[in-house]
Design a binder for this molecule. Structure first.
Ligand code: 2P0
Length: 343
């Protein structure tokens, strides 16, 4: 579709996802092709809402995040992403991008997933690209790997694929799932997951075993999801998360994302299971712990975790929708945006 038919502005919303089978490592840095497939639950909390508006009067893109002009790497990644969209649309017009992200950034809650899923959806619409869900997932992947999964609602598998065409996410049938997120530390992590993945690939003696075992784990997880086997889904989730953190700890120099309080939360989850409450922990590239539960048990688990990390630090979330356009809505300009971001 040509730029002539582009609407010129669009707003989209996307939610973060938490991986139950983790993505860790790339086989192609430029195309963001992963070494293995992964599987995640898209949440219904902490969304990113993004407006892309074509701006013919400018000679460069502008990017405002939570009411403040973004510069440096964040702005460069947005422009590099818009360049991909412009190339496909045959367009050269620059854009203004305004984004409100309601997640605590940089603490392992994958704000880049909701961020690039929302940006891909809004930018494709603003530049007039007519993409189906798989194509949108492939596009979002180019911004951040995990964003490929946030294009899809509920449970999504991201196929590793072998090239740009074959590496995308799609839905997997699954039982009702919920997550209880215990925030241990909101500070930005010291080492980005992108950098930590590189270090893992170049220095961990376990990396090849990680790749082969993750493919096996993924097959088993898809079967458990299709069978509606919550117990097996939970067991695989917890084991695979600890395996990833073990892998990350095996790098040189070593990297450790979990903190003592993270382990306390994980121990509380084991104690809950011993009492007959089925809950399973996972953690991404940060110290926060997410606990997979049946939706009807989310509140009971949240109550227990509040005793560990504090009443304000626990949030229950359910399964959320895939990235979608919002009609007639626009991310407010700076002044109001900062208020909304804090709500
Ligand atoms: C995941 N993580 O599967 C894993 C588990 C973090 C730990 O996807 O370099 O921000 O932009 O493709 O997507 C974080 O990686 O990395 C991530 P890039 P991304 O959710």
């Amino acid at each position: 579709m040509s730029q002539a038919s582009a609407p010129g502005a669009a707003t989209a919303r996307a939610f973060p996802n938490l991986a139950l089978v983790k993505y860790w490592g790339k086989r192609d840095e430029d195309l963001i092709l992963p070494v293995a497939g992964s599987l995640s639950l898209t949440l219904d909390a902490f969304p990113t809402t993004t407006t892309v508006r074509l701006d013919p009067g400018r000679d460069q893109d502008t990017f405002e995040l939570n009411g403040a002009a973004a510069t440096g790497t964040a702005a460069q990644r947005v422009t590099a992403f818009l360049d991909l969209v412009r190339e496909r649309a045959g367009a050269t017009t620059r854009a203004s991008v305004r984004s409100v992200n309601e997640a605590p950034t940089g603490a392992g809650l994958a704000s880049s997933a909701s961020g690039f899923a929302a940006l891909a959806t809004a930018a494709a619409a603003a530049y007039g690209l007519d993409l189906d869900t798989s194509a949108l997932s492939r596009l979002a992947r180019r911004g951040s790997g995990s964003a490929a999964r946030s294009v899809i609602g509920n449970v999504a598998i991201w196929h590793a694929g072998t090239d740009d065409e074959t590496s995308f996410a799609e839905p997997v049938p699954a039982p009702d799932l919920a997550m209880v997120v215990a925030t241990v530390d909101c500070a930005a992590k010291a080492i980005s997951s992108r950098e930590a993945m590189r270090r893992t690939a170049s220095s961990s003696p376990y990396f090849v075993a990680w790749i082969t075992s993750t493919e096996t784990t993924l097959t088993e997880m898809v079967a458990a999801c299709r069978a509606g086997d919550f117990t097996r889904i939970g067991q695989i989730t917890e084991a695979h998360a600890l395996r990833m953190h073990g892998l990350i700890a095996s790098t040189e120099p070593p990297i450790r994302y979990l903190q003592p309080r993270s382990i306390e939360v994980m121990d509380a989850v084991v104690a809950l299971r011993e009492e007959g409450v089925e809950a399973y922990s996972t953690a991404d590239a940060g110290p926060n712990v997410a606990v997979l539960v049946r939706p009807e048990q989310a509140e009971a688990v949240a109550a227990r975790l509040r005793d560990v990390v504090g009443p304000e630090q626990v949030r229950t979330t359910g399964a959320g929708p895939g990235a979608h356009l919002l009609s007639g809505t626009e991310v407010p300009a700076a002044a109001e945006a900062s208020t909304e971001a804090g709500s």
